[in-house]
Design a protein around this ligand. Structure first.
Ligand code: NAP
Length: 273
């Protein structure tokens, strides 16, 4: 049995679907275990009370654990889980020791390593799905405003992260590894918005706003903290100076090129209309 935390999340959904489609027994954790819909055969389980009975491998999404991972890890250890796969972040590779997101994932990785004899840390770069933050602006106009227009990341499609996670959970591969998962292209925010416009069939442009204006805008979101906003803005600034490199890891593991940002836009463009 494979236990998936964050089963309704960006990576969790396609991961549960892929595992179910390939015949693996899956227990999907969610706060909405009574109402959440999963593919046939998938067990739904309340994330506040995870059932580890019969579980051999666990996918750990820290966004779904909110610092409660130690409870899950203790239960996993007691249940004799043999493999843990974490959804970490490429931010752990940054030299920024004050990076709140990086430090959260560094702690998670370290804690996960004592849970099971085998562990894999997936370190994605920016999710292509982060473009969803622009849906409101795209629906109401042709300009997306945001910080650091020339910040270059290598956005990765969530279905590709899920495909790597499925292999790590079931294939007995990658033990002790921490692959950096990027898409196949390094793209600035300006280029990403232009690609979305091409998928929509109308030109879109990215208008850069100042660091303080972007910080204020980020802090208007109820879940954003000053620590995270400052870390992310420092990260975007660093991506102007040093563009994120495209990593070979995803292609090596999947044996095919990763999906492009154009692919992501084609898959999700209905959400922007
Ligand atoms: N976005 C990026 O560019 C990026 C890049 C690298 C790494 N990451 C990392 O990837 C992870 C996934 O992040 P995400 O933002 O995409 O999240 P997500 O996987 O879409 O969401 C996680 C799930 O957690 C559950 N959840 C949300 N709030 C919760 C709470 N307070 N208590 C318990 N469960 C809660 C929700 O499921 P239910 O409602 O079903 O319970 C949600 O579906 C994070 O650790 C993030 O740092 C993200």
């Amino acid at each position: 049995m494979i236990l998936i935390t964050g089963a309704t999340g960006t990576v969790g959904r396609p991961l549960v679907a892929e595992l179910a489609a390939t015949g693996h027994p899956v227990r999907a954790l969610t706060r909405a275990s009574r109402t959440a819909r999963f593919p046939a055969g998938v067990e739904s389980c309340d994330s506040a009370n995870p059932d580890l009975d019969g579980v051999t491998a666990v996918f750990v999404n820290p966004a779904a654990l909110w610092r409660s991972e130690q409870t899950l890890f203790d239960a996993a250890k007691a249940a004799g889980v043999t493999r843990v796969v974490t959804l970490s972040s490429s931010s752990v590779l940054s030299g920024d020791s004050h990076h709140a997101v990086a430090n959260r994932h560094r702690e998670l990785e370290a804690a996960a390593e004592s849970v099971a004899p085998e562990f894999v840390h997936l370190r994605p770069d920016a999710f292509a799905a982060n473009a969803r933050q622009w849906i409101g602006q795209v629906k109401s106009g042709d300009t997306v405003v945001g910080p650091y227009a020339q910040a270059v990341t290598a956005p990765v499609h969530e279905d590709d992260i899920a495909a790597v996670a499925a292999r790590a959970l079931t294939g007995g591969i990658l033990s002790g590894e921490a692959p950096m998962l990027t898409g196949p292209q390094a793209l600035s925010f300006t280029e990403q918005v232009r690609i979305l416009g091409a998928a929509l069939g109308r030109p879109l442009c990215y208008e850069e706003i100042s660091h303080p204006a972007a910080r204020d805008a980020m802090l208007s979101s109820p879940w954003m903290t000053e620590e995270i906003a400052d870390s992310l803005l420092r990260y975007f600034a660093s991506c102007v100076e040093t563009p994120t490199p495209v990593s070979p890891d995803l292609e090596r593991i999947l044996g095919r090129r990763g999906r492009t940002f154009e692919d992501w836009a084609a898959d999700r463009i209905a959400e922007f209309r």
